[in-house]
Design a protein around this ligand. Structure first.
Ligand code: SAH
Length: 221
């Protein structure tokens, strides 16, 4: 679906992406919608040119400012869990980072709202998403632990940095039946959680052990 310029060659080619998809399947990713979107989304444009040849390894990579683009397995896993509850129209993503997870989600749901606290990453992600001509996203530069209230409630909320505890505001902005996927805990003991809302009660399922950068309070100066 993307132009030749974005399709990549050699280590960034379709063949290389296909190998990554085969690996994600081996690792247990089952949602065909997620696999199909990741098969065609060029991850190499979200990293520095010097790292482009490593873009389809199943690994996190540095994106500057002490931050990383999430490992493809984690992107697939979190998307699969988020979409696993039925129709998901409006999604809030806390931590835009490179924008790769945002690009994957934008092809799977109607509208993505994404929040990042570092201005340079926010600007760069916007540029990449525009290059892919994905238009169903809104970007905000701020502390995402407050969510993004005016556009809520959301059918799904995904957080890709780890707080020690689930921010209360995010629970409030979850629609009835909505799903929050969030890594939680200290650096050495983070666990992915799925929190589902039914009316005013919330149920929680513990998933994979993970390793994310911490969720930091406040905008970056
Ligand atoms: N899903 C992203 C992961 C980015 S890493 C990707 O694949 O590229 C985590 C990001 O969270 C970093 O860009 C960091 O700046 C951002 N972040 C950390 N704390 C934040 C907060 N309170 N609000 C918004 N963004 C935050």
């Amino acid at each position: 679906m993307f132009s030749n310029k974005l399709a990549g060659i050699g280590m960034t080619s379709q063949r290389t992406r296909d190998r990554l998809i085969a690996r994600l399947r081996d690792e247990g990713i089952e949602d065909e919608r997620v696999l199909a979107v990741m098969r065609t989304t060029p991850r190499h444009i979200f990293v520095d040119e010097a790292l482009a040849t490593r873009a389809y390894e199943d690994t996190a990579l540095p994106i500057g400012y002490g931050q990383t683009i999430s490992q493809p397995y984690i992107v697939a896993r979190m998307s699969e869990v988020l979409l696993g509850g039925g129709p998901c129209h409006r999604v809030l993503e806390i931590c835009t980072g490179s924008g790769y997870q945002s690009a994957v989600l934008a092809q799977l749901v109607d509208q993505v709202y994404t929040v990042e606290r570092i201005p340079e990453l926010h600007a760069r992600a916007k540029k990449c998403l525009a290059e892919l001509q994905l238009r169903n996203l809104r970007f905000q530069l701020s502390d995402g632990s407050w969510g993004w209230e005016p556009f809520g409630p959301y059918d799904g909320i995904i957080v890709t940095a780890a707080p020690e505890q689930v921010p209360e505001e995010l629970l409030k902005q979850l629609a009835d039946g909505g799903r929050l996927v969030i890594p939680c805990g200290r650096a050495d003991a983070q666990r992915l959680r799925l929190i589902t809302r039914a009316g005013d009660s919330f149920s929680e399922t513990l998933l994979d052990w993970v390793s994310f950068v911490p969720l930091i309070k406040g905008e970056s100066k």
